[in-house]
Design a protein around this ligand. Structure first.
Ligand code: NAD
Ligand code: DAU
Length: 340
């Protein structure tokens, strides 16, 4: 089997590439990534010399490039992680999200239609369901929950999902979609909450918490997400959506305090700042379908997973210091300059 993983130099994509290269030496894994600010080949040093791994730099929204790649490589499976993934950036620049997340996905689908494919898997997000109220802990997102988006990011992901399903129904492309909750773990870019707080707390810098810090996210270790996608490729039913989540709901403030406690840093570093516009209140996944149908269950409990993740950032300071000391500095100034 030849499997093309798009966005394989990003946070989840690189964890998935490493998982697949190691687990399936008989499969050829091709990592197709544009290497935007979020793509980092340093994530892949563990597998870069593996005989069943290859990296190709390219843009999923570049039609000629994508069609040439299909012509040459004739992939059996596409797993599409490639995306602009940060909600705050989507508020600053929605168009780049439409280009990659919508046009990039439809370009890949067109190539699948032209050249044929055994499976196109779209890595989607729980954000396509919108948010849940904070005072209704009995409510969860199921696969039947209507799409109801809040941010340009989630709207672009929902649009992509609709195209994926349309290409299945209209052109018979064998697709699956997974919608996962917030991931944490190694190689997450330090613009996202957990690595941002770890890196700033270690430097005794103020920690920006949006609004009141009461918003809730449903955290899943990235390894559990990768195993779930692997299982969907193997056993998932074509044309189906699978929600992925581990019932690990925490308020943002709880997450920040957990990190501070683990690092032995004071809560006085916390700074409540202007809220994210349109900030989703609560995400919470009902994973019953993937659990009962495919037998998936998460291996990590949040406390252990967080301890290991914090230790990983302590052991790999060089990895995130490269990022923080690079062009990311100007992003941080732009996004937080007036907030802090
Ligand atoms: P990320 O931002 O860390 O990585 C995205 C990768 O895509 C980068 O390597 C980047 O270079 C690449 N890329 C961007 N534009 C591209 C283009 N036009 N062509 C080719 N490559 C391109 O993102 P992530 O957090 O790893 O998320 C991966 C996927 O999972 C996304 O589709 C995201 O919507 C989805 N997702 C993320 C989470 C989460 O918590 N991070 C949860 C659920 C779903
Ligand atoms: O739910 C899945 C989604 O999770 C993915 O689809 C997205 O790609 C991924 O970025 C993530 O989106 P969030 O917006 O939930 O993640 P983020 O890490 O940006 O923020 C998590 C929460 O923390 C959110 O409620 C906003 C808050 N936050 C974030 C930052 C960066 C802060 O309070 N302060 C911050 O500085």
């Amino acid at each position: 089997m030849k499997i093309v993983v798009t966005g394989g130099a990003g946070f989840i994509g690189s964890n998935f590439v490493i998982h697949m290269v190691k687990k399936y030496p008989e499969h050829q894994i091709i990592n197709l990534d544009l290497l935007t600010y979020a793509g980092n080949l340093e994530n892949l040093t563990e597998v870069e010399n593996a005989p069943n791994y290859k990296f190709i730099r390219g843009d999923i929204a570049d039609r000629k490039f994508v069609f040439d790649l299909f012509e040459k490589e004739k992939p059996d499976i596409i797993v599409n992680f490639a995306a602009e993934s940060h909600v705050d950036r989507s508020i600053e620049d929605p168009e780049s999200f439409v280009r990659t997340n919508v046009m990039g996905t439809t370009t890949l689908l067109d190539a699948c239609k032209e050249y044929g494919i055994k499976r196109f898997h779209q890595v989607s997000t729980d954000e396509v369901y919108g948010d849940l109220p904070l005072d209704r802990p009995d409510l969860f997102f199921t696969e039947e929950t209507p799409l109801h988006t809040s941010s340009p990011y989630s709207s672009s992901k929902a649009s992509a999902d609709l195209f994926v399903m349309a290409y299945h129904r209209t052109f018979g492309i064998p697709v699956t979609i997974s919608r996962c909750s917030n991931n944490y773990g190694p190689y997450q870019f330090p613009e996202k909450l957990i690595p941002l707080i770890i890196s700033r707390a270690l430097a005794d810098e103020e920690l920006p918490v949006y609004g009141t810090g009461e918003n809730v996210r449903d955290w899943l270790h990235v390894s559990d997400h990768c195993v779930a996608i692997d299982l969907i490729l193997e056993k998932g039913r074509v044309g189906e959506v699978y929600n992925i989540g581990g019932h690990n709901e925490r308020t943002n403030l709880e997450v920040v305090k957990t990190i501070l406690k683990a690092l032995g840093k004071p809560e006085s570093l916390i700074r409540f700042v202007k809220d994210r516009p349109g900030h989703d209140r609560r995400y919470a996944i009902d994973p019953t379908k993937i659990e009962t149908e495919l037998g998936w269950e998460p291996q990590y409990v949040f406390d252990t997973g967080m301890k290991q993740t914090i230790q990983w950032y302590l052991d790999n300071k060089e990895w995130w210091e490269h990022i923080i000391n690079g062009e990311y500095t100007s992003y941080f100034e732009k996004m937080y300059g007036e907030r802090l």
